[in-house]
Design a protein around this ligand. Structure first.
Ligand code: PEP
Ligand code: MG
Length: 746
């Protein structure tokens, strides 16, 4: 902003304040505002377009255009120059509007005689509320200073609109009352409806125009000084802990907090006549607009950091604090970490995020807590207000904000059907997962948190086939020591009673990062230094966990499996460590399990071709379909673009899995399958057709899987799968047609 812009905008803002103080309704105020701006900016036309719904703008007030066009002229986002400004959230100026690219001719307005045009978005916290336009007949270019003035005025209009002072009556949806639909990606299944609780509370600004610029500048500087102290304190704390994953972020915060350019831009915005909060929002909006155009993920992260810092500053200025979500609320935010999710997990009904991925940690936690989660639902944060009704559909990957009654009804029906189904599943709980022709399957559940273990009884799972121990490490601020771990494992086994629990040793690396461990930068972390590779290279950590598992089990049987084994020597090494630790503890008189079952996860294609000795040595082999499939198809499981590209019922994959089953059978290794596919009824049936009998899945999947298994004839499924594979086709279509045709519950 140029220094003289401050003077220009201040005079205009003083006039706007008078308008606000005068009596009148929203429409009268809008009319006066356009008049004041036109006079002050020596423009023949000044118009305000406000949004009618998520996609349409309507002309709400004008000085200079035909009065009859007000409330009749509408533009779609992206349509005409005005629509382009709204769609791109950036100013646009031209000295030849009728010939500018995208110009839309609207005869009702009579605007064709005006050649010069300048418009700026009316926006607040990334949400477009409308567009402010000035026009002149003579061709001229509006200079930077004039655009600056318009932007400041537009911000003030946005604040007025938000506070309800411009309630423009018909046609306009500034109160965000209309429905908004966001298509995202389902990351934890299930559905819920509840009031929105914003992860970052939005700040309401009662009076956007500043009275005394100097004292406002001082207030801003004080808040900045406090913010710097806050960041320094966070960094000191982090250093004391030995520096963690957040260090990068904190360093960036510090850099921004001390950045002279940032402070200057904020200071200039205050000098233009707005209060410090509006100044922060203005600079933040500009940063967000840049963010939308940045493709580099690293830079995007840094700009997000700036955004977070601006939120902290806003909270300092207003004294607003984040309240915990009310019970039954749906948490809505840009990005919510697994730790935060755990903290509020008991209270909330669902989560919607603008970022995140279905393969990420937060998704794992949400699934563990049975909370529906939709990730990558863009635009929802700007649109949502605390208390708005929102439907989270984790099955469809959709969020319906302020849904229409029809959607609410359809949804209530869906929930009712789901509830009915739950009753059916409950009635099957104590029945075996046996096909009609007598093949008996074992359905176990996956777990990762102590609280999951309680699902053992209600789901009807026969045991825990995959206990992801790394989750409890991920959600803690510090590394749990040996005794603390032992106490947790003991508790899990106590809760499980006589049911088998298969503990998987730490699978860290890849996308699972421990906050308190130094992060190793890797180009391809999923194929990097992770899981048992890390465990064998840093045996201290692995030994500590193995000792804790042995101690936690005491004299009860213990089942342990090692993740991401790639060569059988790795399995031998890890197995050796476990047996060695057991002998050491026993020699010291510590009670240890007499029966230790040691298995390997088969998650890399190489292990399908391991020597027979491996299959003979392993007490059991558990196919980790998530990782195995990503490496089989070379398709990143965390990348939404390719994640679903290849069919888990494709012929090559099924042939491969059948080969693994045959090798286990030939060598007497107990075989199980614990990837996500195990929890999808049709996939489970196909796997059973290939010879798999033991599965581990989300607790909520046990009911639907058991229902299908009990209704199906395995011999029929086997011949369908075999024929599809022979013909080189996916088995999905054929199995589905057969199941539907036979009235099976799919
Ligand atoms: C798998 O890869 O299939 C698996 C069960 O492990 P995770 O999903 O934890 O990587
Ligand atoms: Mg895995």
């Amino acid at each position: 902003m140029t220094p003289s812009a401050g003077v220009g905008s201040r005079a205009l803002l003083r006039r706007l304040r008078q308008v606000m103080a005068e009596p009148g309704d929203g429409q009268q105020r809008l009319d006066k505002i356009t008049r004041v701006i036109a006079t002050n900016m020596v423009a023949e036309v000044c118009s305000i377009y406000l949004r009618r719904d998520a996609r349409t703008l309507v002309l709400c007030a004008t000085e200079g255009l035909n009065a009859s066009a007000v409330h009749t002229v509408k533009l779609k986002l992206g349509e005409g120059l005005v629509g382009q400004i709204a769609a791109r959230a950036e100013p646009l100026a031209t000295d030849d509007a009728p010939n500018a690219p995208g110009f839309a001719y609207l005869p009702e307005t009579g605007e064709e005689i005006y050649r010069s045009f300048a418009g700026v978005p009316i926006q607040r916290l990334g949400k477009i509320l409308g567009v402010l336009v000035v026009q002149n007949r003579a061709p001229r270019v509006y200079d930077e200073e004039e655009i600056d003035v318009l932007e400041v005025v537009a911000m003030v209009i946005a604040e007025m609109a938000e506070s309800g002072a411009l309630a423009a009556g018909r046609d306009v949806d500034l109160a965000r009352s209309g429905p908004f639909f966001a298509r995202g990606v389902g990351a934890a299944e299930g559905a819920a409806v509840g009031p929105v609780h914003l992860h970052e509370p939005k700040v309401a600004i009662a009076n956007p125009i500043v009275d005394d610029v100097e004292s406002e500048r001082a207030r801003l500087r004080d808040a900045m000084a406090e913010l710097r102290d806050e960041v320094d304190r966070l960094l000191d704390k982090d250093l004391l802990k030995g520096g963690g994953e957040h260090r990068d972020v904190l360093e960036t915060y510090r850099m921004f907090a001390h950045d002279a350019g940032w402070l200057r831009r904020l200071d200039e915005a205050v000098a233009s006549g707005v209060v410090a909060e509006v100044a922060v929002e203005r600079v933040q909006s500009a940063a967000r607009a840049r963010l939308d155009r940045v493709a580099d993920p690293y830079l995007r992260e840094r700009l997000h950091d700036l955004d977070d810092l601006a939120n902290r500053l806003l909270r300092r200025l207003t004294g607003a604090t984040a309240a915990p979500p009310p019970k039954g609320a749906v948490l809505v935010g840009r990005s919510i970490g697994p730790g935060e999710l755990l903290e509020v997990g008991e209270r909330i009904a669902g989560v919607v995020m603008e970022e995140g991925s279905a393969g990420g940690h937060a998704a794992i936690v949400a699934r563990a807590l049975s909370i529906p989660l939709v990730v990558q639902a863009y635009g929802v944060v700007a649109e949502a207000e605390n208390g708005d009704r929102i439907i989270v559909d984790g099955d469809e990957g959709a969020a319906h904000l302020r849904p229409e009654q029809g959607v609410v009804d359809a949804f209530a029906e869906k929930l009712a059907v789901a509830e009915e189904a739950q009753k059916v599943y409950a009635s099957l709980r104590d029945l075996p997962a046996e096909t009609r022709d007598g093949a008996l399957l074992t359905l176990n559940m996956n777990a990762g948190l102590v609280s999951d273990v309680r699902h053992l009884a209600q789901s009807g799972a026969e045991g825990i086939g995959l206990y992801r121990t790394e989750l409890m490490f991920m959600v803690r601020a510090t590394m749990p020591g040996r005794e603390a771990q032992a106490a947790i494992y003991r508790r899990i086994l106590d809760m499980a009673g006589d049911k088998r629990v298969v503990f998987r040793t730490l699978d860290i690396g890849s996308d699972k990062i421990l906050p308190y461990m130094k992060r190793v930068e890797e180009e391809n972390p999923a194929m990097g230094w992770r899981a048992v590779r890390f465990g064998l290279d840093r045996p201290h950590l692995m030994k500590m966990q193995l000792q804790a598992l042995l101690k936690g089990a005491g004299d009860r049987p213990l089942s342990v499996m090692f993740p991401f084994v790639t060569e059988w020597g790795e399995f031998e090494g890890a197995r050796g460590l476990l047996l060695h630790e057991r002998d050491r503890l026993a020699a010291r008189g510590v009670p240890v399990p007499e029966r230790v079952e040691i298995g390997a996860m088969l998650e890399t294609p190489s292990m399908a071709f391991a020597p027979d000795a491996f299959f003979k040595l392993a007490d059991f082999v558990s196919v980790g379909g998530n990782d195995l499939m990503q490496f089989f198809y070379a398709a990143d499981r965390g990348n939404e673009r390719v994640r679903r590209r290849y069919d888990p019922l494709g012929p090559a994959w099924l042939t491969f899995l059948e080969g693994i089953a045959a090798r286990c059978e030939a060598n007497g290794a107990r075989l199980s399958f614990c990837g996500e596919a195990a929890g999808r009824p049709l996939e489970t049936l196909a796997l059973a057709a290939l010879g798999y009998r033991d599965f581990s899945m989300r607790p909520a999947a046990i009911g639907p899987v058991k229902r299908l298994i009990r209704a199906a004839d395995l011999a029929a499924a086997r011949s369908i799968v075999a024929r599809a594979v022979e013909d080189g086709e996916s088995a999905r279509g054929r199995l589905m047609r057969w199941a539907r045709g036979s009235g099976l519950p799919v």
